[in-house]
Design a protein around this ligand. Structure first.
Ligand code: NAD
Length: 499
């Protein structure tokens, strides 16, 4: 059986791993590969190699590092089909969606091609008599990223592109459920001219994560995954003195005003709720129609649109979405559907029990629609992360916006309206990190930054954009005065001021 190995110091690790994990094909339910699971010794080895390689990389001028990023971008583009196929086979998302996953990561690589400009510091001439002040951004050393299963290309690239472009060495700890793509990306980076040891992949579970969090030479850790783990990782890493950014789960709401373009809103919501089988942290699993009339019209159109959805294997070009990632995850989603029914929600469309001919053991789930959900239900309060859409009816705009604000998660939210006044109030007052106005999945472009509020994000710097540059660098500020041959200044026992 195929063994997915670690990639350290520019080479595939060759030793037989002491532990391995199964990697399933979600379309068939069969084990398709084994992934090596590392330990603290392997983490120590990867960090030591990375630490040794980093100073020379950091010393290379930023324009030369940018050229490596350009070449990396070109190689990802040239290998898009192979990467997408690899991604779909382990994750289960349809090929077109896998290309989107890679493309959104690639856009961060593109942004980092501008690293010479992004690293420019600040300068003040004449801050005091003969005194100039300047600040510069310097890399941290070795940083690491721990990534979830649902975006095996985009999220590793969100992290490693700013980290390496800024002059750090980086270690990716991918999800053990779909670990192949990050390894291929690291190989492509090497081919692009990145020196050995600057981008490494160490596979594993909690053992490897804890080893990364406890290693003194890992200066910063970026994490994306579920909230309980994000909070744990944040706490352990921060208590060890590391710079941390940890993104967690989500439950994003889409509010539909009576004046919305309903046909467009339904098309947007169906794509955002069921695309990638709902396994996106920026999916829209809750829709909040304002007013009974809006709710009835929306519900009828959703039923119609759902009837046209096609669930299939990732290589089916007509499939809208594929299987969910594992048998356990499928069972978890089905439990949430049953929980919602038991809590009193109305099951409008039931996606359970879907069987795909020839793929009966695959982890397929049809689209599910639940109406008359209320905010006290546990199935509403928690993240389901599957092809399940819940309708939560509100009487007024004011009531509707209380729901995303009160929710434990605050990743994304969307408002569908033609009214600019409502849109402005919404954007300004809602307690959620990423807001869409008639945009269902408001993942910010690569030159802004990605981050949720409340239990969707721990730490204060977001992913990519200028926050990515800030996260992977530290500022040094120099205050300088050069001898000018004038009189010796009096000694002073008072803190220098600008008075
Ligand atoms: P997960 O939390 O199970 O795993 C994420 C990472 O943590 C993996 O690399 C995993 O190996 C590691 N891990 C798992 N258990 C651990 C433990 N006990 N101790 C230390 N490390 C551990 O998440 P997942 O199921 O892979 O991904 C789905 C989740 O990620 C969802 O909650 C989704 O909303 C969230 N997500 C959030 C964002 C965001 O930017 N906010 C983006 C994508 C996914």
């Amino acid at each position: 059986m195929r063994l997915i190995q670690h990639f350290i110091d520019g080479a595939t690790v060759t030793e037989t791993p002491a532990r391995t994990g199964d990697v399933f094909d979600p379309s068939t339910g069969q084990v398709q590969a084994q992934v090596a699971l590392g330990d603290s010794d392997l983490v120590a080895r990867a960090v030591a190699n990375a630490k040794a390689a980093q100073p020379a990389w950091a010393a290379m001028n930023p324009q030369r590092r940018a050229r490596v990023m350009f070449r990396f971008k070109e190689l990802i583009e040239a290998n898009m089909d192979e990467l997408a196929e690899m991604l779909s086979r382990e994750h289960g998302k349809v090929i077109a969606d896998s290309k989107g996953d890679i493309q959104r990561g690639l856009e961060v690589v593109e942004f980092m091609c501008g690293v010479p400009h992004l690293l420019k510091g600040e300068y003040t001439e004449g801050a005091g008599p003969g005194i100039d002040v300047y600040s510069m951004r310097q890399p941290l050393g070795v940083a690491a990223g721990i990534t979830p299963f649902n975006f095996p290309a985009m999220i590793p690239l969100w992290m490693c592109a700013p980290a390496i472009a800024c002059g750090n060495a980086f270690i990716i700890k991918p999800s053990e459920r779909d670990p192949s793509v990050p390894v291929r990306l690291a190989e492509l980076a090497l081919e692009a001219g990145l020196p050995k040891g600057i981008l490494n992949v160490v596979h594993g579970d909690k053992v490897v994560v804890d080893a990364i969090l406890d290693h003194a030479d890992v200066k910063a850790v970026s994490f994306v995954g579920s909230s309980d783990i994000a909070q744990y990782v944040y706490g352990r890493g921060a208590s060890n003195g590391k710079r941390m950014q940890c993104m967690g789960g989500a439950k994003n709401h889409g509010i539909i005003m009576p004046d919305a373009d309903l046909d467009q809103a339904v098309a947007d919501i169906v794509g955002a709720a069921y695309g990638s089988a709902g396994e996106r942290c920026m999916a829209l699993p809750v829709v909040v129609p304002v007013g009974e009339e809006t709710a009835e019209r929306l519900r009828a159109k959703l039923i119609e649109a759902i009837a046209d959805l096609r669930v299939g294997v990732p290589t089916d070009p007509d499939a809208h979405y594929g299987p969910v990632v594992t048998a356990q995850h499928k069972a978890r989603i089905e439990n949430y559907i049953q929980m919602a029914i038991d809590e009193g929600a109305e099951l409008v469309v039931d996606g359970r029990g879907l069987s795909l001919q020839g793929h009966e053991e695959g982890y397929f789930l049809g689209p599910t629609l639940l109406d008359r959900v209320n905010p006290d239900m546990q199935s509403y309060k928690e993240e389901i992360f599957g092809p399940v859409l819940q309708i939560l009816r509100a009487k007024t705009f004011e009531e509707a916006i209380t729901y995303p604000t009160a929710h434990q998660y605050g990743n994304g939210v969307a408002l569908f309206t033609r009214n600019g006044d409502f849109a402005r109030k919404f954007a300004s007052s809602i307690e959620v990190g990423m807001v869409g106005i008639n945009v269902p999945i408001p993942v910010p472009v690569a030159y802004h930054s990605f981050g949720g509020w409340k239990r969707s994000g721990f730490g204060d710097l977001n992913q990519y954009g200028m926050d990515g540059v800030r996260f992977y660098t530290r500022t040094k500020t120099v205050t300088q005065r050069w001898p000018s041959g004038g009189a010796v200044l009096d000694q002073s026992f008072v803190i220098p001021t600008m008075s």
